[in-house]
Design a protein. Structure first.
Lengths: 450, 252
């Protein structure tokens, strides 16, 4: 059987060999340069992690691009492993989207490549590595190759005074040694923007400001729940796409790869903690201090007692959606093949693991409904590359015109249904965004009919 | 574990190879160990009742203290024709394990057990045991090793020093819910001066574990004792249920 890693090496390098060196284009200065190189993260004075980062910082550089305006990007791989950069949430051609399974060439160690694209759609996107980690829980998404990408729309409605970008991440992942502990990674440290609570610079705000918080969960495997003590979030966008009904909420839930954009009105002077709601995660470091100008004293945390979040709250209430029979149904059953209590399961879509999964053919212009039945005991954050879908049903809910997203969390033993229009021809990857799940076969590729 | 040296005079009350995990805090594990000696010692020796056809019911209560410590408490009973149901003794067993943050490649814990048993069931009435526990799950295989050391605190063997009583378990996951394998229990005698083979305790059990739920423990086995000092045929079962108590919050 060909493993995902081996498959990637074969297909990626085969394509990349012809495409990688582009000395002619190198004569011009790129709009963006990403240098992938080893880096040591200091999450706190006592917590250091040897990792690989973009441009020597964690998260990587904040990239701002104009919708539809061509960008040239140079990526230099100064690490010891092949790399690829996925532009998460953009409608890009398969050869630059950033997944070797779609045909994007890998960047060999010590080499560089150029690419260019016109970014679309507008909104809060991100970029990250899209490689294999297996049992090395320092590689791929377990490391620090992730960064914010904001595609600025031609017309920005504004409504805020300033922006803050926050990345939630977990570090020091390991499988437990004995008993049944090998099923899922566990982590030693959790951070916001690479720092444990109390060790990063406070986020300084002024009373009366409206701060747009762009929150990204870049964790390899963990769902996070975030609250800001003394304040509430007005959620205006999910995965970078404006929601039909903005909601004012006490907390946010973000599955791996999900983003939330929320406006916070700074109306409660003091020093406050923004952090994961669950005590053991905040104790592991996931928090940051929000400090008003002139505030003094110890930052305050108010402990919520429950976890509350539903995609349904953001659904449109009046627009009747397209009739269900307008969309061609694609039934997808997620389950796992038991490999022993000391192994992770082999994940399957319709009974097959990547690279042996089916490759359904899409007809350009057709609307499709993905009916995702999660038979497993795990929740799965499902990501569709190169397209945006609309959530139509989750966990037995009535039909809805839910938020437009590129990641949806499908809880264990539930069914979720999403719809999208096949409007971006090319190989399109579909997978669980949990690194350990995708490494173990939870991926498939949609093709477009000729 | 009331076996080994005590077992040399009496039967088996808790027949189990320990895994390294401990019971989580705010949880109580209740286990019933049911062991029946099909073929055992038929005679009264030194005033100790025969083991043959004895039915042992042992209640084990284990409370999680934190994420690396627990304490267990045992009530041993015996039922036999002519003697009825009898209380045999009680033990207490604190246990600690290596915290997850140590990132050990194996599960590691240390158990110690002290307790009393009536002279009619063991000539050694007070005993102490220290039991290192090492386990490892690799794919479908599970391996646990308990190199236990035991000492008599009151009784004829008080001057015998430390006895060595290893136990080993090897099992294989046939499915997610059914595992099967072997458990080996022994008492080699005094450390540094092992008994002759025929005087040693040697038992091997064919066992199955049913992993129906994280809250339940179900184990069943049939064991053979080939040496003269061992009960020759024993059937054992363990039924356990974990109860979580206290207010559980999603944010905990």
């Amino acid at each position: 059987m060909i493993s995902r890693r081996r498959f990637g090496q074969l297909s990626g390098f085969a394509a990349g060999t012809a495409i990688l060196p582009l000395p002619i284009r190198a004569a011009t200065v790129p709009d963006v340069t990403l240098d992938i190189a080893p880096y040591t993260l200091e999450a706190s004075p006592s917590q250091h992690f040897r990792t690989v980062a973009y441009n020597g910082q964690i998260p990587g550089p904040l990239l701002r691009m104009r919708q539809g305006q061509e960008q040239s990007i140079e990526i230099r791989n100064s690490s010891k492993d092949p790399e690829v950069v996925h532009w998460h949430g953009l409608f890009l051609p398969s050869d630059v989207d950033g997944a070797m399974e779609e045909g994007t060439p890998m960047i060999a160690p010590g080499t560089q490549m150029r690419m260019s694209f016109r970014p679309d759609p507008p909104g809060f996107r991100w970029f990250h590595t899209h490689t294999f980690a297996g049992k090395d829980l320092t590689k791929a998404q377990y490391g620090s190759l992730h960064g914010f990408l904001l595609i600025e729309p031609r017309d920005d409605p504004g409504g805020y005074d300033r922006e803050v970008f926050l990345a939630l991440h977990d570090w020091g992942g390991h499988f437990e040694g004995g008993g049944d502990g090998s099923m899922n990674p566990v982590y030693d440290v959790s951070t916001i923007n690479g720092k444990m609570l109390g060790f990063g610079e406070p986020i300084r705000v002024k009373q009366g400001e409206h701060v747009m918080m762009h929150v990204l969960n870049s964790s390899p495997t963990e769902i996070h729940w975030v609250a800001l003590a003394g304040h509430s979030f007005q959620v205006v966008a999910l995965d970078g796409n404006a929601v039909a009904r903005p909601q004012t909420l006490a907390m946010l839930r973000l599955a791996p790869a999900e983003r939330v954009s929320a406006v916070v009105e700074m109306n409660n002077p003091g020093a406050w903690i923004l952090g994961d709601v669950r005590k053991h995660i905040q104790s592991a470091g996931m928090g940051a201090v929000i400090e008003y100008a002139g505030a003094a004293g110890k930052p305050i945390w108010t402990q919520p007692e429950s976890l509350n979040w539903s995609y349904r709250e953001f659904a449109a209430t009046e627009e009747p959606g397209p009739a269900a029979d307008e969309a061609a149904r694609i039934e997808l059953v997620f389950d796992a093949k038991f490999e022993g209590h000391g192994s992770e399961e082999q994940w399957r879509i319709n009974g097959k693991s990547y690279p042996h999964t089916d490759e359904p053919k899409l007809n350009a212009g057709q609307r499709y409904r993905l009916v995702m039945k999660n038979m497993s005991m795990d929740d799965h954050p499902i990501h569709l590359h190169r397209h945006t879908f609309e959530i139509r049903m989750v966990d037995g809910s009535p039909e809805m015109r839910g938020p437009r997203k590129d990641v949806v969390l499908v809880p264990a033993k539930t069914t979720a249904e999403v719809e999208f229009v096949a409007d971006n021809p090319g190989r399109t990857l579909f997978h669980c965004h949990q690194q350990d799940h995708m490494d173990r076969g939870f991926m498939m590729v949609f093709q477009y009919a000729e | 574990m009331l076996t080994a040296r005590i077992a040399s005079a009496q039967g088996n009350y808790e027949i189990q190879v320990y895994g390294a995990d401990t019971v989580p805090p705010k949880s109580l594990m209740i286990e019933l160990h049911s062991n029946y000696t099909v073929t055992g010692q038929p005679k009264v020796i030194d005033g100790v009742y025969p083991t043959n056809h004895q039915e042992h019911e042992t209640l084990e209560l284990t409370q999680g203290i934190n994420d690396w410590a627990e304490v267990g408490f045992y009530v041993f009973t015996s039922e036999q024709d002519g003697h009825g149901v009898q209380w045999v003794g009680d033990h207490i067993r604190p246990r600690v394990r290596a915290p997850d943050r140590w990132h050990l490649p194996v599960g590691l814990s240390l158990s110690t057990e002290i307790g009393y048993q009536r002279a009619e069931y063991s000539t050694d009435t007070w005993t102490w045991e220290i039991r290192p526990i090492i386990d490892k799950t690799a794919g479908r295989w599970y391996l646990a090793f308990n190199p236990a050391l035991e000492r008599t605190l009151h009784g004829p063997d008080v001057n015998q020093g430390l006895g060595f009583s290893p136990a080993v378990k090897v099992s294989y996951d046939f499915t997610a819910k059914i595992s099967g394998g072997f458990e080996y229990y022994a008492d080699y005698g005094r450390l540094g001066a092992f008994d002759a083979l025929r005087q040693q305790q040697q038992q091997i059990f064919a066992v199955t574990d049913l992993n129906v739920s994280p809250k339940w423990e179900i184990n069943f086995g049939v064991g053979l004792g080939p040496t003269a000092a061992t009960d020759h045929l024993i059937v054992k079962g363990i039924l356990g249920r974990r109860f979580d108590w206290g207010k559980k919050s999603a944010v905990e």
